[in-house]
Design a protein around this ligand. Structure first.
Ligand code: G6P
Ligand code: MG
Length: 220
């Protein structure tokens, strides 16, 4: 059997939330708006445009469209400064073991990320060659929880949605996987990701045996 395994990027393969936090906080503070870790949590899986809209809502601020556009560009410039310093040491625990196991089992592997920076990040951490397809924020018109990003991934892998398995750390991403009719595996807290078919704290808790059972449909 051959399945399609689709990985979210931020919070699944690498912990970039800390860099998004630093960049958004600088921007928010510059506008006189507070920005806490709790707010940053709510931006996980949320597109760049929507993130800035939310920050402005939280700060009760409205700005002209040109300023909005230039702030988005500034945020990304700041974020890319951190990304530039990334290397393979930032790959989250056991991600490589899982990718290698799936490759040995001849499974199809795709990325399914909302980020427009997905390719440079995968290159920085030296994982890009593990993926047969990459779908990122440049390829979609509808953000998670819309299933578009994962459905494109399935298509590129030549798989039916029901033969795909998605790894996601965000609620919107789990909802997107469910809406795509795929198996959803949440990476994070059970309380937060309870809509997922399975939840694990991180990849160290996902055994090759479990993956083998998914591949051979011993569990669904
Ligand atoms: C991921 C992250 C979000 C981020 C979004 C867009 O979903 O979890 O925090 O806003 O990607 O990322 P980008 O790199 O395009 O700004
Ligand atoms: Mg994520």
């Amino acid at each position: 059997n051959k399945k399609g395994f689709i990985f979210d990027l931020d919070g699944v393969i690498v912990d970039t939330a800390k860099y998004h936090f630093l960049a958004w906080r600088k921007l928010a503070n510059g506008l006189g708006i507070d920005f806490t870790h709790k707010e940053n949590e709510q931006l996980k899986g949320v597109s760049r445009v929507r993130s800035l809209e939310k920050i402005l809502e939280w700060g009760n601020k409205s700005i002209p469209e040109e300023e909005f556009t230039s702030l988005m560009a500034k945020k990304n410039e700041e974020y890319l400064g951190y990304i530039n310093e990334m290397d393979a040491s930032e790959i989250l625990p056991d991600v490589e073991r899982v990718l290698n196991f799936l490759a040995e089992e001849h499974q199809a592997i795709s990325l399914g990320s909302a980020s427009k920076n997905a390719r440079p990040i995968l290159e920085k951490v030296n994982l890009i060659s593990h993926f047969h397809a990459i779908v990122d924020g440049n390829d979609v018109s509808k953000a998670k929880p819309d299933p578009e990003v994962f459905l494109i991934g399935a298509k590129l892998l030549n798989k039916q949605p029901e033969d795909c398995i998605v790894f996601e750390d965000s609620v919107a991403g789990v909802q997107a996987a469910n809406a795509a009719n795929m198996i959803s595996i949440g990476i994070g807290e059970e309380e937060v990701l309870h809509e997922a078919d399975y939840v694990f704290k991180d990849f160290t808790e996902i055994s090759n045996e479990f993956l083998g059972q998914i591949i051979s449909e011993q569990i669904k």
